[in-house]
Every structure is written in structure tokens, then in C-alpha cells.
Design a protein around this ligand. Structure first.
Ligand code: PHE
Ligand code: FE
Length: 284
């Protein structure tokens, strides 16, 4: 993916200028198709905060947006900014960016044959999936705290626990609203098929948010989730994650990982999944 010419322009913090001249007409067309599909799919499925963030950002359907323009709206709303990166960056670099309210965005877009699923983030996932929620003050604070917590978890050797929290909230979180369950997770909103599956399929479990439980739960990065965790509000999420995790990491150390599809007697179950169609390979 990375041409040498581009590689040379990557700064030590892994950021680069968005190479807007490299987008082809076909790239912009993929953005348009993804955008239009999701507008339709998410109208009644994404939470209000996500939809408001998307509208406020002015992310358009006409093509891959210029990050600078989005950063202007973000700065005004919550002080966040977008920085372009070549793809996944090392954990410490990622956390340091989040702690500084900079969200790293992969600049390139998927190929036409990857419309429904790809395992690494591209510009559609990063912009459309993550950036609208950064327009929300509470969620923006949560993401910054996550970055600070990440730097700490690295030192404490507890990255596994913290990564699961990211997975089950930022990437695959659901929220309970007066209108029913809604999506806020970025990995869901950037996928049409999972947007429908996570709310409407009988297969997956839908369990109430439980911090320590999540920190012990394995996950799969290559298929739909077997379990989704549901928060009641972003304030609940922020409050639950405010305490120092150091003693929690200690308590969890040595406890076995909970398989991603398992339901425990202690879980608050909103829906017990039928498990139909589940993949039997082990979790990551
Ligand atoms: N409170 C956490 C800690 O002490 C930091 C954190 C906040 C982590 C929010 C994740 C999300 O590590
Ligand atoms: Fe993501």
C-alpha cells in the first residue's frame, strides 16, 4: 500500500499530510457509495449523538473529505483534531495522540471488493465511524482519558484488559435509548451488514455494560461479534471508567479470559443469543 515516496513524508509521530492528490475518481466514488448506504441504514439505528456529530461535521457524500476542513468543525465543538496517518500506528503513538486530542485517521480508502468488510481501518471507517462521536463533549473526554489510560496500561502490562474495553465500547458499543437500542460503535456504523445484524439478529448476546467483565472478554476481529455490551448513557461510560484502573488490573491479573460468546450467571442479559451461525475458531 505504501509507496516509498509517501513513506518518506511520514513524521516521527507517524503523521503525514493527507495526500489528497492521490485519491482517484474511483476512490471518491467508493466513499459516495459507502456514505449513501450508511445514511439509509443508520437513520433509525445509530444513536442521536452520532447522527448529530455527523451532521455537525458536515461530512459530505460527494467524496473523501479534506481532514483540515473537518478539523475546523471539531476544534470548535470539542477541541479535537484529525491527523493523517499511513495506517495502524504503534500503541504508544496511538495513545499519545488520543491523550493530546488528536485522532489518527488512515488516509487511504478500501477497494471495491471490500465494501462490506475489511479488517484494518481505512479512511471511511476512521472518519465516518470515529470522528462524529468526537463532536460529543462527553465522548471526546472519554477518548482523551482512554489515551492517557493507554499510556499507563502499557507501563503496567495491562494492555489486553484495556484493549477489550476499547473494542466493546468505542468499536462495537450499543446504547439503550427511549427509542430502543442504538449503535455508537465505530466498527458497526462503518459496516452496513453489522449495523443490521447487531440490532436485529437473534444470534448475538446483548449484555449490560460491566467494566471488569468486559476487560476479561475475548473478541474476534474477523467476523461479526458474538456479544455486544450496552451502555445506558455516555455519562455512565465516562463515570465507570473514571477511577484509577491500577487496582482493577491487579485484581484481573491471572483470571481466565471469558470466551466472546459466553454468558455468565452474573451478566445482566438484555438478549441471550441463539449462537446461530457462530464461528467456532478461538478469540484473538
Ligand atoms: N481511568 C482509567 C485508568 O486509570 C483511564 C481510562 C479512562 C481508561 C477512560 C479508559 C477509558 O487507567
Ligand atoms: Fe476503529
Amino acid at each position: 500500500m505504501l509507496a516509498q515516496a509517501i513513506k518518506d513524508d511520514i513524521r516521527p509521530d507517524y503523521t503525514m499530510d493527507q495526500p489528497v492528490e492521490r485519491y482517484t475518481a474511483a476512490d471518491h466514488a467508493i466513499w459516495r457509495r459507502l456514505f449513501e448506504r450508511q445514511a439509509e441504514t443508520l437513520r433509525e439505528r445509530a444513536c442521536e449523538e452520532f447522527l448529530a456529530g455527523l451532521a455537525g461535521l458536515g461530512v459530505a457524500k460527494d467524496g473523501i473529505p479534506r481532514f483540515e476542513r473537518l478539523t475546523e468543525a471539531l476544534r470548535r465543538a470539542t477541541g479535537w483534531q484529525i491527523v493523517a496517518v499511513p495506517g495502524l500506528v504503534p500503541d504508544d503513538v496511538f495513545f499519545a495522540h488520543l491523550a493530546g486530542r488528536r485522532f489518527p485517521v488512515t488516509w487511504w480508502i478500501r477497494k471495491p471488493e471490500q465494501m462490506d468488510y475489511l479488517q484494518e481501518p481505512d479512511v471511511f471507517h476512521d472518519i465516518y465511524g470515529h470522528v462524529p462521536m468526537l463532536m460529543n463533549p462527553i465522548f471526546g473526554d472519554y477518548m482523551q482519558a482512554y489515551g492517557e489510560g493507554g499510556l499507563k496500561a502499557l507501563k503496567l502490562g495491562a494492555l489486553n484488559n484495556l484493549a477489550r474495553l476499547y473494542w466493546y465500547t468505542v468499536e462495537f458499543g450499543l446504547i439503550r435509548t427511549p427509542k430502543g437500542l442504538r449503535i455508537y460503535g465505530s466498527g458497526i456504523v462503518s459496516s452496513k451488514s453489522e449495523s443490521i445484524y447487531c440490532l436485529e439478529s437473534a444470534s448475538p448476546n446483548r449484555l449490560c455494560f460491566d467494566l471488569k467483565r468486559i476487560m476479561r472478554t475475548g473478541y474476534r476481529i474477523d467476523t461479526f461479534q458474538k456479544t455486544y455490551f450496552v451502555i445506558d448513557s455516555f455519562a455512565q461510560l465516562f463515570e465507570a471508567t473514571r477511577p484509577d484502573f491500577t487496582p482493577i488490573y491487579q485484581e484481573l491479573r491471572g483470571l481466565p479470559q471469558i470466551p466472546s460468546g459466553e454468558v455468565l450467571a452474573s451478566d445482566l442479559v438484555l438478549h441471550r443469543g441463539t449462537g446461530e451461525g457462530w464461528d467456532t475458531r478461538p478469540d484473538a
